[in-house]
Design a protein around this ligand. Structure first.
Ligand SMILES: *Cc1c(COP(=O)(O)O)cnc(C)c1O
Length: 237
């Protein structure tokens, strides 16, 4: 069995290779280690091997790990799971990024509840790119209005878009989904130049990060390829 440090090395090489192949700046893609269901020791091992950013899906589990790892200087926490509106305060207080904002109510609350002592909360809007039945993600049609409303919120930095395309698609369809998200971000940036940096595409996971990087991903969210297969879970969105 390979170690977490070895896995970080091989995923980092995959990212570098794909970035080079796409003719992109080597520093333009960052690795988010998706650590849901993993014990704090696994995250500590990854951090010691140089991994800085960790993505968590379940709030209570995340808060426990944030507490257990608060001695790790510079560790960066990203929330990537579905958000209930009664949980926004803890998210606003404990995370640097939220990738899974999909409605105005959540963005408003995160902005109101973001502590003044912290920098603006980085958010991505999660888009239901394939119009699946899944409840997570706004539709492409809802985006323009959402973006203009969010641009007025003081404690939020609107960084870009996130998607989890339907994994059962053919490679060519998957690639088109990533391309569609990239095109959408480009248009939003043109139409809403003051809405925020809009410099971020959070897309690509263990099995498809190369395709996502070819289409412009700036965060790839990788779990299995770093930490191994997860035990079966109740309900993953
Ligand atoms: C679990 C998860 C990932 C990581 O998926 P892997 O296939 O294990 O790399 C990425 N993004 C989100 C939103 C997830 O829930």
């Amino acid at each position: 069995m390979s170690s977490i440090a070895d896995n970080i090395g091989s995923v980092t090489r995959r990212i570098q290779k794909a970035t080079l192949k796409a003719g992109r700046d080597p520093d333009s893609v960052r690795l988010l280690a998706v650590s849901k269901t993993r014990p704090p020791e696994d995250l500590r091992a990854a951090f010691e091997a140089g991994q800085q950013a960790f993505g968590e899906n379940y709030l209570q589990e995340a808060l426990d790990k944030i507490g257990a790892l608060d001695d790790l200087d510079g560790i960066e926490w990203h929330f990537i799971g579905p958000i209930q509106s009664n949980k926004t305060r803890q998210i606003a207080e404990a995370f640097a990024w939220v990738h899974s904002v999909d409605r105005l109510k959540i963005a408003r609350r995160l902005s109101e509840q973001r502590p003044e002592s912290l920098p603006a909360l980085n958010i991505c809007l999660q888009v239901n790119i394939n119009n699946e039945d899944s409840k997570s993600g706004c539709t492409l049609d809802e985006l323009p209005e959402l973006v203009s409303a969010i641009s007025d919120l003081p404690n939020i930095s609107l960084r870009g878009l996130m998607a989890i395309p339907d994994p059962d698609q053919q490679e060519s369809e998957l690639r088109l989904s990533f391309r569609k998200l990239a095109g959408t971000l480009k248009h939003l940036k043109q139409d809403h130049p003051d809405a925020g940096p809009l410099d971020t595409l959070s897309m690509g996971m263990s099995d498809d990060l190369e395709l996502a990087i070819a289409e412009g991903a700036t965060w790839v969210r990788v779990g299995t390829a770093l930490f191994g297969a997860r035990a079966k879970q109740q309900s993953l969105s």
